[in-house]
Design a protein around this ligand. Structure first.
Ligand SMILES: *Cc1c(COP(=O)(O)O)cnc(C)c1O
Length: 396
């Protein structure tokens, strides 16, 4: 039987009797572990998966975290990494070899795109990007050497939805491995393993840690796959999370549910307040009625979290800059998932000299709704939108 969220956070992986009965999980800040005999040391070194030898492999603080993450995702095991990108690298390199091909959703996380376009080709691995996250699109992109489907649903600027169950079914029928980035939804809002996906990864720097003070990643799946990755890419690439960051993440996880609820409620309240504003052309949010895959989103996500984008109804890039610079509460910053609300306009990375090279319009502005009161967030965005209106009037 599946454990409840409270059971997972309260007791999964914890053995308080071993740690002076401390309530809070122990921070085992050590690089290595001692053995009393050569025989014990030999045994441990033959199986670093089960024994703590050196903290690039096993560390008891990380072990508690791994147990909790695995249970949250409904997985048999999980690994934690020093960044989401560390998890992505281990996942890709563990499943692919020279001559292989993968199919990836268009506009994945920036550095996944970099892996596919720059790093993997150096090892003779090619990628086809699909415009749409549908079974038909993934199937049509398959070649005889396709080994992997990479999914991100929703992605985190334009919030496109992949039909996870249907794409995973195509993969199963062809013996293709599926990997999904589940950072946006967290295990609380979406359970990709139950939809047939093989490996789930997260940037734990976002909601899972939740306080804008940790960079971390996780990867979850069945025991056989995870153990294979542990014995090879995990130990060799060395993108291991430090015990203190793991401890911070354990602390963050305990409030995941209430943080997520607050962030979600704030995003929905803000969207409602600005929905019909004449300065907003479009809202990108999977549960918004305008979303083209609204039905699929609702069928595979329990809820929709606190990140969304708008397309401003403006004529010039200067108006986007005017709007963002006039936000008084939203901090201008990348990333998301912490206490503070953030704004990240696409214009900050837009290449005006090569407009055709851009995947996003400069009119798109992404908001992360944090844990402040919703009134502050609504007032802030409305006053900045109104400044756009006044600016337009003054020009007339
Ligand atoms: C931030 C992010 C990543 C990368 O994670 P890091 O922890 O920054 O390495 C991957 N996927 C998504 C959706 C992200 O937002």
């Amino acid at each position: 039987m599946l454990k409840s969220l409270s059971e997972i956070l309260f007791e999964e992986g914890e053995e308080r009797g071993k740690y002076y009965n401390a309530v809070s999980p122990p921070l085992i800040q050590t690089s290595n572990f001692v053995f009393s005999t050569v025989e014990q040391m030999r045994l441990a070194l033959s199986n670093e998966y089960d024994y703590s030898v050196y903290s690039r492999g096993n560390n008891p603080t990380l072990a508690i975290l791994r147990h909790k993450i695995a249970e949250l995702e409904g997985a048999e095991d999980a690994l934690v990494f020093s960044s989401g990108c560390g998890a992505i690298a281990a996942a890709l390199f563990s499943q692919l070899r020279t001559g292989d091909h993968l199919v990836c959703i268009r506009k994945p996380y920036t550095w996944v795109s970099h892996f596919c376009k720059v790093i993997l080709p150096k090892y003779g691995i090619t990628t086809t990007f699909v415009e749409e996250g549908s079974a038909q699109a993934y199937e049509a992109a398959c070649q005889s050497n396709t080994k992997l489907f990479y999914l991100e649903s929703p992605n985190t600027f334009t919030f496109e939805i992949t039909d996870i169950r249907a794409v995973a079914e195509v993969a199963r029928s062809k013996g293709i491995i599926t990997i999904i980035d589940n950072s946006y939804s967290t295990p609380l809002y979406q359970s990709p393993l139950s939809l047939g996906v093989d490996l789930v990864l997260h940037s734990a720097s976002k909601y899972l840690s939740g306080h804008s003070d940790v960079v971390a990643g996780v990867l979850a799946g069945n025991k056989e796959m995870i153990r294979k990755i542990y014995d090879s890419e995990y130990l060799a690439f060395g993108a291991v999370l430090l015990p203190f960051e793991a401890w911070l993440m354990l602390r963050g996880l305990r409030t995941l549910e209430i943080r997520l609820q607050r962030s979600t409620a704030n995003a929905k309240a803000l969207i409602k307040a600005i929905d019909n504003h004449p300065r907003i052309k479009r809202i990108f949010y999977p549960f918004h009625a305008q979303h083209p895959k609204n039905d699929i989103a609702r069928s595979q996500m329990k809820d929709c979290s606190g990140l969304f984008s708008i397309e401003l109804n403006v004529d010039t890039p200067d108006e986007v800059i005017l709007f963002c610079n006039n936000l008084k509460h939203f901090l201008k910053a990348v990333s998301w998932g912490g206490f503070e609300s953030l704004v990240d306009p696409a214009i900050t990375v837009y290449d005006f000299e090569h407009p055709e090279a851009n995947e996003l319009s400069w009119r798109i502005v992404r908001f992360y709704c944090g844990l402040e009161s919703s009134e502050i967030l609504i007032d802030d965005v409305l006053q900045a939108l109104n400044i756009l209106d006044n600016g337009a009037k003054n020009q007339q």
